[in-house]
Design a protein around this ligand. Structure first.
Ligand code: HEM
Length: 441
């Protein structure tokens, strides 16, 4: 229990907790006591009370849950702790690969893996390094300065990369930013009606999509972004893009995906849902992971200097930055039958939530788990999940981390806080809204 006598599980569940940081002590107490804990879903953010869930805290048990989609389904109740608001909303999210089980999920997964051809990936890697250079050229000018690392440095790289993957024209990429903000704004109102995209610079496709963008109601609330009505502009854009790619394929991954002749390729409807998934999964995660990694360096100036002196350490260090920050904190499954996890009986239909944050600090797997150790090897963190839904973008995410910090460290001799960071209100993404940084060339 905490000093305020709130149960640890309640503190861990409450999205508001994360505006002041992750409750690591509560997680450690729970994890040491048992592999799985029952958590109540108290009413938060105006949402009603939920039925509660099993929180899986240890590395071995998290892996064992994620390895068994037959027992722990992504489709039954989808993959967020909160149930979708209506049966229609559940149907809607289940059209996405993330919320499917094998064998439905396996077909899309196979088609996608084949679309990331070695040639396409090599091209993406070159482009990512070029984008990282261009962003840093823009920010690090003169002998010293200050910037918001979250907005000025980290936000654009995932967008530019996604634009390349999806074949979205560069000038439309801030649409992706606004869409994923809307989805995340479900937990943090600061983001709900994000409008960073400038229609004056966008394509005709973007303007057509914008004409159906939803607007806040009288109370300032946007429609639920996990329903089709919440994202009509995203769907309109994805539809126009798919038609365009069908007519005139480019060398982007999505053109390859649409053109695959065997197994029927993907339909336009499947493409639209894939677009949603990539736009959110490939953006939100990294635009938080990159500032999270920067915070690791700000908190450890000595390590920052070591990394600057020996950039060959970066590939191993990038994985430790990811473990230390762990941008995606949880994912949810639903038990398909009575079973057990770590000796804890679980009933059919109950929610099972894996904590990557806790598993990545499991002291039985990681020596001195709270230490930021850029030479940690092996580093079997679960940042990208495990099993059939293992992150499809893990390789691209690592390349972005390495490319950005190679540039940032090469251009600076010191990075320090220029003010306090501000964190996202969310129990799902470990998010950084602002990160004021002072740099010296
Ligand atoms: C640091 C960055 C990232 C983190 C922490 C992350 C994390 C994750 C995790 C934990 C999952 C597993 C979900 C589950 O088990 O239910 C996942 C799945 C996925 N990720 Fe990532 N991700 C990152 C970057 C990316 C990028 C850059 C892309 C795309 C370019 C991407 C695309 C996907 C997709 C499509 C899935 C669904 C896979 C499936 O359902 O089979 N992710 N990600």
């Amino acid at each position: 229990m905490t000093a305020s006598a709130r149960p640890d599980t309640e503190v861990i569940f409450d999205p508001a907790t994360y505006t002041t940081g992750v409750p690591f002590e509560a997680l450690t107490r729970l994890r040491r006591a048992r592999p799985v804990a029952w958590a109540a879903e108290i009413p938060v953010l105006g949402w009603p009370e939920g039925p509660g869930f099993w929180l899986v805290l240890r590395h071995a048990e998290v892996e064992s849950v994620l390895r068994r989609p037959d027992l722990f389904s992504s489709a039954l109740g989808a993959t967020q702790i909160r149930d979708p608001a209506t049966p229609q909303a559940l149907d809607y999210v289940r059209r996405m690969m993330l919320n499917m089980d094998p064998p439905e999920q396996s077909r899309l997964r196979r088609l996608l893996s084949r679309s990331f051809t070695p040639r396409a990936v090599a091209r993406l890697e070159d482009r990512i390094r070029g984008h990282a250079r261009a962003i840093c050229d823009r920010v690090f000018t003169g002998p010293r300065g200050e910037c918001d690392f979250a907005k000025d440095v980290a936000a654009d790289l995932p967008l530019l990369t996604l634009a390349d993957v999806l074949g979205v024209p560069d000038q439309d990429r801030w649409l992706l930013f606004d869409w994923s903000n809307r989805v995340i704004g479900y937990q943090d109102p600061d983001y709900a009606s994000s409008a960073e995209f400038d229609p004056a610079t966008g394509t005709a496709m973007a303007r057509e999509a914008l004409s159906v963008r939803p607007v806040p109601d009288a109370d300032g609330r946007m429609p639920d972004p996990r329903t089709r009505e919440g994202m009509p502009d995203l769907y309109a854009y994805a539809h126009l893009l798919a038609e365009r790619k069908r007519r005139r394929p480019g060398d982007d991954v999505m053109s390859i995906l649409l053109a695959q002749p065997d197994e029927g390729g993907v339909s336009v409807a499947e493409f639209e849902n894939m677009f949603w998934l990539f736009a959110v999964a490939g953006n939100e995660t990294l635009r938080n992971g990159l500032p999270g990694a920067c915070i690791a360096l700000l908190e450890h100036p000595q390590t920052q200097a070591e990394l600057r002196a020996d950039p060959a350490l970066l590939p191993v260090a990038a994985d430790e930055m990811l473990r230390w920050w762990t941008p995606v904190m949880t994912f949810r499954r639903t038990a398909t039958q009575d079973c057990a996890v770590g000796g804890q009986p679980i009933r059919s239909g109950e929610k099972v939530v894996v904590s990557f944050t806790s598993a990545n600090r499991d002291e039985t797997v990681f020596a001195d788990p709270d230490r930021f150790d850029i030479r940690r090897q092996p580093n079997p963190h679960l940042v990208f999940g495990h099993g059939p839904h293992f992150c499809l973008g893990a390789h691209l995410a690592r390349i972005q981390m390495r490319a950005l910090f190679a540039e940032v460290l090469a251009r600076t001799s010191a990075l320090a806080y220029a003010g306090p960071p501000s964190y996202l209100r969310s129990n799902f993404q470990r998010g950084v809204k602002r990160l004021p940084v002072a740099w010296t060339a």
